[in-house]
Design a protein around this ligand. Structure first.
Ligand code: FE2
Length: 148
């Protein structure tokens, strides 16, 4: 819905966050096996963080004078991340799949931060830098988990 480059990149990020929000819930519910407790609990922490981020990104879109996409149908159209099936899944598969999503988000965020800085929108850049820090830390933790 947003019509400036910065608004559009925030809106796409907002759509991807909704996919990730649904997907982390999906895995929180459907993870099975010996890593259940660890992965179940970690995913709850992550989707709670995503919920806060969703609100901050949507409000930033409004602050810069645009309107955020606000329906699941719009998010599905805009998002580049893919949802997961409602099916039993092991802890390692969960972490591998989410790590790949997070790496895609990190690549987008780096481009979006640069675009916001080029547009002179330091506040949006700052908001996205916080997100980048969070997902880089999460990617590091997921990578460490997969080594065991
Ligand atoms: Fe729960």
């Amino acid at each position: 819905m947003s019509n400036t480059a910065v608004g559009q990149s925030l809106d796409k990020y907002l759509a991807n966050l909704h996919i990730l929000y649904a997907k982390t819930h999906n895995y929180h519910w459907n993870v099975e096996g010996k890593q259940f407790f660890t992965v179940h609990a970690k995913l709850e922490e992550i989707y709670e963080h995503i919920a806060d981020e969703i609100d901050a990104i949507a409000e930033r879109i409004l602050i810069i004078g645009q309107r955020p996409s606000s329906s699941l149908a719009a998010y599905l159209k805009l998002a580049t991340l893919k949802e997961a099936d409602a099916a039993s899944v092991g802890g390692e598969a969960v972490v591998k799949n989410l790590l790949s999503d997070i790496q895609a988000l990190i690549a987008d965020l780096k481009k979006d931060i640069k675009a916001a800085q080029d547009a002179g929108d330091e506040v949006t850049a700052d908001l996205l830098i916080d997100s980048l820090g969070y997902y880089e830390k999460t990617a590091w933790m997921f990578g460490a988990y997969l080594k065991s």
